[in-house]
Design a protein around this ligand. Structure first.
Ligand code: NAD
Length: 432
């Protein structure tokens, strides 16, 4: 099943649970706007090369479209549509005034020089400029895009709209020197930990002493490991695409991360982390999923827990920092097995929430401290969990379905507001 079909399945399930209005079902079924652009750059070898890119605005009933731009050879429209739909749901769960968007370019950006990458970004920005803007559609980084690339987008947009005072707010995830927000780097992980803590509070349990395994040791995964350890949890295993490490009595994830930065893969880090965890062993990505632990954090890619391996999961709680790491069928198996899943649209919403703070700072020409950002994020993620938990209780359903119900309720509300205002305010220009 494709990512798009997965997203639709989750939306339909929640729509049935809450009896969503038929009109909003239609609204959620397809994006509002899809833009495909073909553009070219001049390669360093003098040749001209064409590229294809996309920008999808899934829904803007609650505010401007919001969502990342990925540079990847396998980017396709189905994937971008699915990811844009997830953003509509996620922004509504976090209750930030955005709709959902996503974009991407089919490109192996690792094969481009720095200059070619800048040209690619600027040409793509020109191509999508007619539909983006601080109050229309606000892109952000995603797979293989970063702060520097966001800075180029803001700058190119400014060249096109030199009179726009608020141009920095056209993208988030910019570098700190160019209007980025403090606290964005660790926001996704920190937000996931807040949701986890809020859930544990309902069970009168504490993170302290809990055994944690983390699949994916990149931005989201390594910050999660650090924060969880700071809060007293024991990191017993981490993996990345090249392998991983496991120690029954835990190890220091900061040392492991520093070693990964040097060696390129955390699986290479047994010796480097010596002393911080006895009896370390290598562990594969299949084995980490089947590890006996309290908490399994999924922070790598989509479709990792599937119908084939869901029966093997032995964690009590799964925290989804990645987007779509559990297929809908695998989710059903985990639920039947009484494993609690803190779903992506709730658990990883800290990233987009701090992006929203960046946008607000840019629009107000302010600069917030790291403490201000962290405090607001904690409140926001804990409130999101409480809202989801109430719906879960009301409909006797799991947190994933409850998150979707909460989001659809908020989107339905925006739809009704918009249409009741339009019904009263509309007058025909030329009645016949
Ligand atoms: P990243 O590229 O920094 O890290 C991804 C990590 O996953 C890397 O360590 C990589 O080696 C590892 N990985 C890749 N394939 C793997 C596999 N098969 N098994 C185990 N590990 C594998 O990316 P990130 O920013 O940390 O994002 C991770 C996930 O979280 C993605 O799904 C992303 O969409 C999602 N997410 C990230 C943010 C954010 O702010 N970074 C926000 C929301 C969602």
């Amino acid at each position: 099943m494709s990512l798009y079909e997965n997203t639709q399945k989750l939306i339909v399930r929640a729509a049935d649970t809450m009896d969503l209005m038929p009109e909003v079902r239609v609204v959620m079924n397809e994006p509002e706007r899809i833009l495909t652009v073909d553009f070219h750059i001049h390669r360093d070898n003098g040749k001209i090369e064409m590229f294809r890119g996309f920008r999808v605005q899934h829904n803007t009933l609650r505010g401007p479209a919001k969502g990342g731009i990925r540079f990847h050879p396998q980017v396709d429209m189905g994937e971008v549509k699915a990811l844009a739909g997830w953003m509509s749901i996620k922004c509504a769960v976090a209750d930030i005034p955005y709709g959902g968007g996503k974009g991407g370019i089919e490109v192996d950006s690792a094969k481009l020089s720095g200059c070619e990458l800048e040209q690619l970004t600027r040409e793509f920005t020109r191509a999508i400029a007619p539909i983006i803007g601080p109050r229309r559609d606000v892109p952000a980084p995603d797979v293989r895009t970063n702060g520097q690339i966001m800075d180029w987008i803001a700058d190119e947009y400014h060249k096109i709209h030199p009179k726009e005072d608020d141009y920095l707010a056209v993208v988030t995830g910019k570098t700190l020197e160019n209007g980025g927000s403090l606290g964005r780097d660790s926001a996704t992980a920190a937000g996931g930990v807040h949701v986890l803590e809020a859930f544990l509070e309902t069970k009168k349990e504490q993170l302290k002493g809990m055994r944690v395994a983390i699949q994916g040791f990149g931005n989201a995964g390594h910050h999660a490991a650090r924060i969880l350890q700071e809060k007293g949890a024991k990191i017993i295993a981490v993996t990345d695409s090249k392998g991983g490490i496991f120690a029954e009595d835990g190890f220091d994830p900061i040392k492991a991360h520093n070693c990964k930065l040097k060696k390129g893969g955390v699986g290479e880090c047994l010796l480097e982390s010596e002393g911080s965890g006895k009896d370390q062993k290598e562990i594969s990505n299949d084995d980490i999923l089947a590890l006996e632990c309290d908490i399994l954090v999924l922070a790598a890619l989509e479709n990792q827990v599937t119908i084939e391996n869901a029966e093997n999961i032995r964690a009590k709680i799964v925290v989804e920092l990645a987007n779509g790491p559990t297929t809908p069928e695998a989710h059903e198996i985990l639920e039947k097995r009484m494993i609690t899943v803190l779903p992506d649209v709730l658990a990883n919403a800290g990233g987009v929430t701090v992006s929203y703070y960046e946008w607000e700072q840019n629009l107000r020409h302010e600069k917030w401290t790291e403490e201000q950002v962290a405090e607001k994020l904690e409140k926001s993620q804990k409130k999101a969990f409480e809202d989801v938990a109430k719906i879960a209780e009301e409909f006797k359903t799991d947190f994933r379905n409850a998150s979707y119900v909460l989001a659809l309720r908020r989107i339905e509300h925006a739809f009704l507001e918009k249409h009741s205002a339009a019904a009263h305010g509309f007058s025909c220009s030329n009645p016949i």
